[in-house]
Design a binder for this molecule. Structure first.
Ligand SMILES: O=C[C@H](O)COP(=O)(O)O
Length: 258
């Protein structure tokens, strides 16, 4: 296990309205204790429409849980119907924003160039991007998963300076393991996460690479999280389905007890 502070982030995707979000975060806050936050950084990524409610709750009750968005616009403001800017997310005191999630790449055709622009937009507004990368099944079966994923890392971080890059979070999510119940074996996940760290060392320096947190995502549950977190280059999890169950997400945060 690494010495970097693990980040357990719940990506709610398009689930939980703002009232459900309040109840869910209250449940998490009730269950999590100071010792949990000392060991692990805990974050939730609710839908945009929940963020103001989550902010109000976190501020009002001085909760230690962090939150962020699932996407942001590459633009700061203007005629971009339906988009949400980094400035708007910063105003809501978001800490994180997911960028380039495979569902954005798949359903919205996001390219590495667009993802790169969004990574820069996040940094511009002092948000920490969670840069999502990972291969589809056919790529894995062809044995090209490492090359494919490293190209996404390089594309996503293009022209990002070292002082920003060292704060980025990379989420390695093999697409075939997302929401399918098929977990990438811990050693297979480690292979790619180690290669991602190596790529960051090559692009920047070993010092930068040692600081970057790399999450695994794809059917993470309380039953498999400990094995995943035991890998040297895995510093947390980006949890989809299992993060919608507060008790299960708390167990994932407490992976050391599993
Ligand atoms: O962002 C989270 C990932 O897409 C993983 O989702 P999942 O845990 O439902 O497989």
């Amino acid at each position: 296990m690494s010495t970097r502070t693990p980040l357990m982030a719940g990506n709610w995707k398009m689930n939980l309205n703002h009232l459900e979000a309040i109840a869910h975060v209250q449940k998490l806050a009730f269950a999590l204790a100071d010792k949990d936050y000392e060991a692990v950084e805990v974050a939730v990524l609710p839908p945009f429409t929940d963020l103001r409610s989550v902010q109000t709750l976190v501020d009002g009750d001085k909760l230690k849980i962090k939150y962020g968005a699932q996407d942001l616009s590459a633009h700061d403001s203007g005629a971009y119907t339906g988009e949400i800017s980094g400035a708007m997310l910063a105003k809501l005191k978001c800490t994180y924003v997911a960028v380039g999630h495979s569902e954005r790449r798949q359903y919205h055709g996001e390219t590495d160039e667009q993802v790169n622009t969004k990574v820069k937009a996040a940094f511009k507004h002092d948000l920490t991007p969670i840069l999502c990368v990972g291969e589809e099944l056919a790529v894995r079966e062809a044995g090209n998963h490492v090359t494919h994923t490293l190209a996404q890392v390089e594309g996503g971080l293009r022209d990002v300076p070292a002082e920003q890059a060292e704060t980025v979070v990379i989420a390695y999510e093999p697409v075939w393991a997302i929401g399918t119940g098929k977990v990438c074996g811990a050693e297979d996940a480690q292979e790619v996460c180690a290669a991602v760290r190596g790529k960051i060392a090559e692009l920047y320096s070993q010092e930068v690479a040692d600081k970057v947190r790399i999450q695994y995502g794809g059917s993470v549950k309380s039953g498999n999280v400990a094995e995943i977190m035991a890998q040297a280059d895995i510093d947390g999890a980006l949890v989809g389905g299992a993060s919608l169950d507060a008790d299960e997400f708390v167990k994932i945060v407490r992976f050391r007890d599993q």
